[in-house]
Ligand binder design. Structure first.
Ligand SMILES: [Fe+2]
Ligand SMILES: [Fe+2]
Length: 312
């Protein structure tokens, strides 16, 4: 059992019980709760679920993301309700659908198919398409026979990388940008390019930032946050500066810059603390906190209290 006082403290921080908890601290509490949810502590899942009452789309989309990363089926009903709530911010609903795909429970297929067919928003339909394909792949024979190279990245992604044999950057880039190929296959090329992690594969990924799909562009920006390669900084700054770009994509660019944390990034992020779009302003806050973290000697991005000090 996790110690009740730790969960109580994490709940108070995440739900901003005091009314003046800095957003960055709430994110840190969320990452501690993620580890507990992953370890099967369902109370941590309940606390994360409770925070969907908040009015920050940025925080709520992160709650959904984290629930997916726990791979804990106990989170499925909460995520299904978020997807069904059409009043909810699309970025949050998108992340809920994606998280259902990450958990991989076949019981979510009917709901995902329903929203794949009927949702008026492209980002929701496309996310459902990917989540369906991911769940079907996870339960397929193909997933057992494909040889995937071990990834340096521990995230559960919306699609697995393409198998080992498809490793030429040119070949992968062709799949990445080919609008006639399924979105799932194009995502698989994206994650294979990420896993290669070479200068050429980063350049190939940059071309994906011009894709017609906002969902696709935001995922490319997310991948750059994982890669932390300074080669992607200029392209990400351009995305962040482009006010006609979707908030969801600019948000992902801001957070990726916070992870890359090169010297030129900090002043750029500071400019966006006053952006017109709330999700961009808040992303700049979180990104600057990540920047501090990348520059500090801390061992992990959790501190209040560290997940490793919680008795399970
Ligand atoms: Fe997303
Ligand atoms: Fe995000």
């Amino acid at each position: 059992m996790a110690e009740t006082e730790d969960l109580t403290q994490l709940r108070a921080i995440l739900t901003n019980a005091s009314g003046d908890t800095p957003l960055a601290n709430r994110f840190r509490a969320l990452f501690s709760l993620k580890s507990l949810g992953k370890d099967g502590i369902n109370e941590a899942i309940d606390i994360i679920g409770e925070a969907f009452k908040d009015d920050s789309a940025l925080l709520k989309h992160e709650l959904a993301y984290v629930l997916g990363q726990t791979k804990n089926v106990y989170a499925v009903p909460t995520l299904q309700n978020v997807l069904k709530d059409v009043q909810e911010d699309p970025m949050v609903r998108h992340e809920a659908a994606e998280a259902l795909g990450a958990i991989g429970d076949k019981g979510s297929l009917d709901l995902l198919k329903e929203y794949f067919e009927k949702d008026p928003l492209e980002i929701i339909r496309q996310t459902c398409e990917l989540a369906i394909a991911r769940i079907e792949w996870e339960h397929s024979k193909l997933s057992q026979v494909e040889i995937l190279e071990n990834s340096h990245f521990s995230s559960i992604d919306p699609a697995p990388p393409l198998p080992y044999e498809n490793s030429s950057v040119d070949q992968l880039q062709n799949v990445l940008v080919d609008q006639s190929v399924s979105l799932f296959e194009r995502y698989r090329a994206m994650f294979r390019l990420r896993d290669l992690g070479t200068a050429e594969s980063v350049d190939a990924l940059i071309t994906g930032l011009h894709d017609p799909s906002a969902l696709f562009r935001h995922e490319i920006a997310y991948v750059f946050g994982q890669l932390c390669d300074p080669r992607s900084v200029n392209a990400l700054v351009q995305v962040l500066r482009n006010e006609s770009e979707e908030g969801m994509v600019r948000h992902e660019a801001a957070e990726a810059l916070g992870s890359i944390a090169t010297d030129d990034v900090m002043p750029v992020l500071q400019q966006f603390l006053q952006d017109k779009e709330r999700v961009v302003r808040e992303s700049a806050v979180v990104a600057l906190d990540m920047f501090e973290y990348e520059r500090s000697e801390e061992m992990e991005y959790v501190s209040i209290p560290s997940a490793s000090t919680v008795t399970v």
